[in-house]
Design a protein around this ligand. Sequence first.
Ligand code: GLC
Length: 528
Amino acid sequence: MSRWWQGAVGYEIYPRSFADSNDDGVGDLEGIRQRLPYLDWLGVDAVWIGPFYDSPGLDHGYDVADYRAVNPIHGDLVDFENLIADAHGRGIRVIVDIVPNHSSSQHFWFREAQQGRSNPYRDYYIWRDPAADGGPPNNWVSHFGGPAWTLDEASGQYWCHLFLPEQPDLNWANPAVLDEFDAILRFWCDRGVDGFRVDVAHALMKDPQLRDNPQQLPVADPTNPKEVFDSFEHLYDLDQDSTVEIFKRWNKVVAPYDAVLIGESHPRSIDRVARYVRDEALHTVFYLDPGRMGWAPGEILDKLEAVHRSTDKGISWIIDNHDESRSVTRFGGGEAGRRRSLAVMTFMMALGGFPFLWEGQELGLVDGLIADAHLEDPIATRNEHGIGRDRTRTVMPWDTSHANGFAPSAEPWLPAPPRHPEETVEVQRQDEESWLNRHRRLLAVRKAHPDLWSAPPEWLPSPAAAVRMLGRGSTLALTNLDAVAHRVELPAGSWHIFYQSGPAAATRPVTSPFEMEPETSYLLVTAI
Ligand code: GLC
């Protein structure tokens, strides 16, 4: 097995929002294919394409009605084959989403399961009789608001759903479900995919006794689903030890294809992250905390260091994805947010693993502006105080033409005011000091200095909580996320900066002690 992802940088694409080739306002696979030259120029090694499968779209594709079919709004299988062929022609690998925790309620399996208790597909899902009072079988709640159980009037039983009622959770204790997904993985591997991003990988197995989760915090606003969800200690619905067994099996399924398995993981504590990448289970997992935190530099670095120390096997480092407010916004907005976002990402590039950018992150985008009436995400539309995820999902700003070049003339599915010219790919490409070109250089230098991701890591003593130094072979990564400058002693040797997250990125020699500017990261190499 080549482990091609070691040293690679990925790029997440949200198919609805990337590029619309057929002018219906929704992005499609052919649109992605046409933009491959840009991704090639940017220097990404792999794209992760969000779900494009047949779906009623209540969670924008994360409610899959047919795991082997392309949703006609995104194209068809031929488009997918063309996209893979062109990507491979450019040396770009293609990773697709797999959504195993739940299907859509429109999936054939669930429609059959609803036919009654004796239907052969009944056991594909998790059903339970009501509690003694007729209510849900336990106190589990949905990420998207309300209980994690909905009553099926016909059979008198509840089905379990950690997300929408229309996203029933599959029963991973049923061997037939395991067999189904082995075949689905092979179906896409046979079409040339290079890996899978496993949606809510930590949720697949549930406690066999379906015990109540302990409530650990009081809830001030019961109409805010995130607050309600986070008020419980998720001992029994998430992060069960047995889930890892599923990935050991998948690991064997994908091995002949050299495909990577990347889990979306949100375990109960940092020391549980590594469990998923042990014993040849998942190859790597996304560590999500830095993608949801506000600007708390010391805390961000503490978490990165702790997770990094807990596994050398591989984390997919991110500060942005399709589920959270953009890092530039979370980190303070404007130029300060951009500077901080790139400083954190620069340091992440030296942590090893398989880091990912989220579409538009390379442009330093802030969240898009969407009028409340246009919000689409069920977290926002189905809850009085739910903070939806739409603002990170506005369309990619390519240029200054209609809809920032996303669609020839259609209104984008998520209407928002156009981005400023200086936020677009077209304008930023022409400016060597743009955020786009700084990100592009970062990807290039990571390739040019393999020690940065492959040499044994050594955390060096640091003078402040918001400062870290990580040595790796001939390279050294320094980050100062503090608001003030800091001086650090460099290890013996003669050092050259080959990348810095601020302006003036030119290579230059440095001497110890070295003064780091505020909110800036540096990559150094020993002179040869
Ligand atoms: C994951 C996805 C998110 C989706 C949810 C349910 O967290 O990233 O977008 O809504 O799973 O599938």
